[in-house]
Design a protein around this ligand. Structure first.
Ligand code: ZN
Ligand code: ZN
Length: 546
């Protein structure tokens, strides 16, 4: 047995959904698993990204042996460019994960200087004292892996994001044999994905959504618009397969979706024949019942394509009668309200909307309770640390581990920045290190992604509208005239009329008092201003209550 402790230090993704980053440290060697970002809440106007606080790593930069990526989702690779600005270390990833990471590094101008290595699940990496092995996992993106990390203190397993899908879209199930083999060698600690720890049973196979999608294609009278995350590559494949069966052409709308599809096709993870694809321009000229469009915005983000369609402010095309919109994703926790509002707006604008409460057009990429239990039973770890989840998910997952017989003192429910030490096979809580947030407003060179640039262009082009409302806190009604201030917003001939129109709308919206007033008002004003001026200024609403 080794005389030094192994330290496990989560810097992101433990106590929250997003910006995953795990650190393993033994003696002088540090290994980093994943480098993810988190998207801020929608009311931050989409200008900022959130990165993990990596002070702990930057102050020990010379000891970091490498960064291993589990899969290509933004919450696992999105902060890579940020880390590589401070850490001159090699990065290891499977072909698709590497391809997607390269797109991000190129955007940041860091690709030429980055040292990237392609791995397969059969490889064994020696990174300092860490011997890293891989096992293939199913998830909502192909080419995901979990890690088996042999350290002088024992074997540590990191699940990555996983589910146990027996019939995945890419026909490559999770590698049970390798997990069994790890178990045979004795596992010191299992760190496992907790995203769905509050969901009973099994997560259904990705295949189950195909009949529901097929039904949509069979009955939709006009265009079909499928919204999902830009990185859900399996969904692109499923939509393509069904489009072929129904004789529809397919197009991707938006940069991130196009880039991800391009890389995945180039590397052979997405099998779409050339003659299936058309450009957005071509698609818009075709008969409505001959096309399917895929776009982002399934979380109701105001700046996404679907968000703009829902407010009637998308430049390239608008919703038309007969459109069917499919939301193929679950709301991220905390986003439920804005997703539901977006669905309401889409209905109001005449689209038929299919979402997972109506038909199974989405399944999760994460394990539910029975799969989480199966992983624990397969691996038979001595200790257990739930990762990838909010505190409620972590606690639920810890309960499952205890139900399966792991004693409470061997289960560590921790949050970002809380370290855990394994000293001669005994687990104890270690010191606390900085585990907070780094907000990125794009001010630093290289921090700006295309979406941020687009936001800034919009700001420069269309300006700002500021609305201040004085509201009586008893009646929730206005106590004074609404104050409307504009900056950089185009001066038009009918400005008086526009101001009067806005004033009227504001009064009506406040009187109506529907749900979230600011959100309601922002959307109402955005539609109105766009209709009148074809501009999309940023709209800020402040209230003073008296
Ligand atoms: Zn993922
Ligand atoms: Zn994830």
């Amino acid at each position: 047995m080794a005389d030094l402790p192994l330290r496990v230090i989560p810097l992101g993704g433990v106590g929250e959904i997003g910006k995953n980053l795990m650190v393993l440290e033994y003696d002088q060697d540090i290994l980093v698993i994943d480098a993810g970002l988190m998207f801020p809440e929608s009311d931050m106007l989409g200008i900022d990204l959130v990165y993990p606080d990596i002070t702990y790593l930057t102050s020990r930069a010379d000891r970091v042996q490498g960064i291993v990526l589990t899969h290509g989702h933004e919450d696992h690779i999105g902060a890579l460019s940020y880390l590589l600005k401070y850490l001159d270390v090699p990065v290891y990833a499977t072909p698709l994960t590497r391809g997607l990471a390269e797109v991000r590094l190129k955007e940041a101008g860091l690709l030429a200087d980055a040292e990237l290595h392609t791995i397969t699940p059969d490889d064994v990496l020696e990174l300092g004292c860490f011997k890293v092995e891989f096992f293939h996992v199913c998830h909502s993106i192909p080419d995901g892996v979990g890690l088996g990390i042999d350290t002088p203190a024992g074997l540590a397993i990191h699940s990555g994001d996983f589910k146990f899908d027996h019939t995945p879209v890419d026909s490559w199930p999770t590698d049970f044999a390798k997990l069994g083999e790890f178990s045979g060698r004795g596992v010191l600690v299992l760190m496992s994905d907790s995203t769905n720890a509050d969901k009973r049973g099994w997560t259904p196979s990705e295949r189950v959504i195909e009949p529901a999608l097929d039904q949509v294609f069979r009955t939709a009278p006009g265009r079909i618009i499928v919204a999902t995350f830009a990185s859900v590559i399996s969904r692109m494949q499923q939509v393509a397969n069904i489009a072929i069966n129904h004789g529809r052409k397919m197009t991707f709308v938006g940069t991130s979706m196009n880039e991800n599809a391009r890389i995945s096709r180039k590397l052979g993870y997405l099998d779409i024949p050339d003659n299936l694809m058309v450009s957005v321009e071509q698609a818009l000229k075709m008969k409505p019942n001959e096309v399917v469009l895929m776009c982002t915005g399934s979380q109701g983000e105001p700046s996404s394509i679907l968000g703009r369609l829902s407010t009637g402010t998308n430049r390239q095309f608008d919703l038309q009668s007969g459109d069917t919109v499919v939301l193929s994703s679950h709301p991220i926790p905390g986003n439920e309200e804005s997703v539901h509002r977006a669905i309401n707006r889409l209905f109001r604008r005449g689209a038929n909307v299919i979402y997972d409460a109506i038909a199974p057009v989405h399944v999760s990429g994460h394990a539910s309770q029975e799969e989480e239990k199966l992983l624990i039973n397969l691996v038979k770890p001595k200790h257990f640390i739930p990762i990838h989840g909010e505190l409620r998910h972590l606690h639920q997952h810890a309960d499952l581990a205890r139900e399966l017989g792991i004693p409470a003192e061997r289960v560590a429910t921790i949050e970002n920045g809380h370290s855990v030490e394994f000293d001669n096979g005994i687990m104890k809580l270690g010191e606390r290190v900085p585990g907070g947030y780094v907000f990125v407003d794009g001010a630093g060179v290289g921090d700006i992604g295309p979406s941020v640039v687009r936001e800034r262009e919009a700001l420069a082009r269309d300006g700002i509208v500021l609305v201040n409302l004085a509201i009586d806190h008893n009646t929730s009604q206005l106590t004074d005239e609404p104050e409307i201030i504009t900056r950089g917003f185009i001066i038009i001939r009918d400005a008086d009329e526009l101001m009067a129109g806005m004033n009227k709308l504001i009064r009506e919206t406040v009187r109506r008092g529907n749900g979230d007033l600011k959100e309601d008002l922002r959307n109402t004003l955005m539609s109105y201003i766009y209709n009148e001026t074809k501009r999309r200024p940023m709209i800020f609403i402040t209230t003073s209550r008296e």
